[in-house]
Design a protein around this ligand. Structure first.
Ligand code: FE2
Length: 249
């Protein structure tokens, strides 16, 4: 059985306010993803970020990193399969990972709070292309959703977030209650914590590599925290804080 390992929640912009992606930093982050033995990463960048479109078009259309385009909208860079995605802030303040082809992602309203869970799900269903919706760090303060019926209707998986592993039982209980898969995600904004919690896809059939289609149709995914996840997320937080202080002395 082939086991594919990915980080299903990765940002490649440090800040939403960035006007342009830092392509050198993006390239270094992908090298670290490869070093950390990730097969793939999902770029769930904040859709309302100023440079969202530039980042996604640069990665997947103009191939700024000189990767190997896969013909399905994904690209292999520095040995890692890079998959398109977005993180949306919904009207109820929960954050959701949208995994779909780039054309679908770029068709979405990029304003924060533009959708409810049901309106987003309905729109994607109507569009008729494969997609996967993942509830991101749903027990993070202010990001919760108590509407279990809506989650059951609309969500494919519950993320176990690297930055909230002390509450892992809450995420696992919710996934079990809703009979949903789990995914693992680092929510990294730099190279430091990429892969701090991983998603495992246990494929039962072939040794063929992961594709965007296989990811979007995957079932029975699970999570696996890195043994250094607490340290990595703490370092990443300090690194980001330091960057803030440098930018806003
Ligand atoms: Fe995020």
């Amino acid at each position: 059985m082939k086991r594919t390992i990915l980080d299903a929640h990765v940002h490649l912009l440090m800040w939403k306010q960035q006007a342009e992606p830092d392509w050198n930093s993006v390239s270094q982050t992908l090298k670290v993803a490869n070093f950390n033995e990730l097969d793939a990463i999902c770029i769930t960048e904040h859709i309302e970020a100023n440079a969202y479109e530039k980042l996604m078009l640069g990665l997947f259309c103009s191939n700024r990193l000189g990767g190997s385009t896969q013909g399905d909208g994904s690209v292999i860079c520095n040995g890692v399969l890079v998959l398109p995605g977005a993180e949306l802030h919904l009207a109820n303040n929960m954050n959701i990972g949208v995994h779909a082809d780039l054309e679908t992602l770029l068709s979405l309203d990029r304003r924060a709070s533009a959708y409810t869970l049901d309106t987003l799900h309905g729109l994607l269903e109507k569009r008729g292309r494969p997609f996967k919706l993942v509830a991101h760090h749903i027990f993070w303060p202010g990001k919760t959703c108590s509407d279990l019926e809506a989650l059951k209707r609309c969500i494919n998986a519950i993320e176990v977030p690297a930055k909230d592993l002390t509450n892992i039982h809450k995420y696992l209980t919710l996934a079990s209650t809703l009979n949903l898969d789990t995914t693992g995600g680092s929510d990294s904004h730099s190279f430091i914590s990429i892969g701090a919690c991983k998603t495992l896809i246990n494929e039962d059939n072939t040794h063929s590599p992961l594709t965007l289609k296989k990811w979007l149709h995957s079932h029975h995914t699970t999570h696996e925290p890195d043994r250094d996840s607490l340290r990595l997320t703490a370092l990443a937080r300090i690194h980001r804080q330091t960057d803030t202080e440098r930018r806003e002395p």
